[in-house]
Design a protein around this ligand. Sequence first.
Ligand SMILES: Nc1ncnc2c1ncn2[C@@H]1O[C@H](COP(=O)(O)OP(=O)(O)OP(=O)(O)O)[C@@H](O)[C@H]1O
Ligand SMILES: [Mg+2]
Length: 370
Amino acid sequence: MPDTPMIAIDRVNKFYGIYKALSDVSLNIGAGEFFALLGPSGCGKTTLLRSIAGFDNPSSGDIRIDGHSAIGVPPNLRPTNMVFQSYAIFPHLNVEENVAYGLKRLKLGADEERRRVGAALEQVRLGHLGKRRGHELSGGQRQRVALARALVLRPKVLLLDEPLSALDKKLREEMQAELRSLQRAVGITFVLVTHDQYEALALSDRIAVMFGGRIAQVATPKEIYQHPRTKSVADFLGGMNFLSGRTLGQTASGLTVETEKFGTLTLSLPEERIEVGARATVGIRPERLRLLWDDERAPHELTGKVVNRAYFGETTHLLVGVEGLEKPLSMIETNTHGADDLPIGADIRLAYDPEAFVLLADDPPVERVH
Ligand SMILES: Nc1ncnc2c1ncn2[C@@H]1O[C@H](COP(=O)(O)OP(=O)(O)OP(=O)(O)O)[C@@H](O)[C@H]1O
Ligand SMILES: [Mg+2]
């Protein structure tokens, strides 16, 4: 990231009356970054995005955009533009008129305006539908008009609030790919709000995960998936098997943790210091457990019984009961060996890699002001 971030959010709090919607949020977003704000409904994603855009102002803290404090600066004077959660395009205006709408106040002249509108429509691949009216467009096309309308103003930052959530799965996936290539092509900063973890993982350079108005972790998709800091982050980003353990000691290579059934594991040290002898939670992702077939052996094995099975086409999700473990383990197997045909009650062996475990911090208590 360059030295001066495009967006610098510094200890922002936001109260709605006595309700604290944002709590001590600090975050830097780089120029040209595709950044995702991810979290469950009500965690404060829209509030944070609206604060960057200037539709809301923080109760305290600072937001700098492109090196300047934006506090008190109205939305239209910020180098940002926002595509709203429920995008509204004018149904009676055609596509070109919709996109040109925001340009009027710039008084660019007819030629320049036409050129800019044409370029924005090309960027979202709607050049051929310029004369179509808003109400004659599909959901995906309307979404593209909303994007073009934001891009035509040439913002330094595009703020996108769940722009794809109204679309069906297939179209959403298509638009996700388009959003990513659009961002690469225009090269500006995108901040995407989503509650869909796969969307965040697939699209962004970095992700901030939020719960209850706080940022729980900021990292690249791979880092956040493979090394979630807390139980909630781990749980929100895909499946995770949680196991309880006890810390034995710290060595140069990490923290040793005694677990049930999986023995003593050496885990990389978290940022927080962990007391020796303390209770600890470790996690392993379902796809990091692997079924062993026939006489295949592995250095680390467990035996168990299939207690449930769900077929997903390319994969099968299994719940495997293991004696001595409180909860069954969840596993994901690709359907190349016949996991999809395993009967409930089948005895299985599974392999695991001790390196695949992560140590998870407890979640901080949710702060609420009443
Ligand atoms: N104008 C407001 N007045 C009072 N409370 C508000 C206001 N706007 C938002 N909130 C509350 O602040 C919290 C955060 O809202 P926000 O809209 O930022 O959530 P979100 O993460 O975008 O959720 P979603 O995924 O459902 O869109 C919620 O509990 C919401 O009820
Ligand atoms: Mg929202």
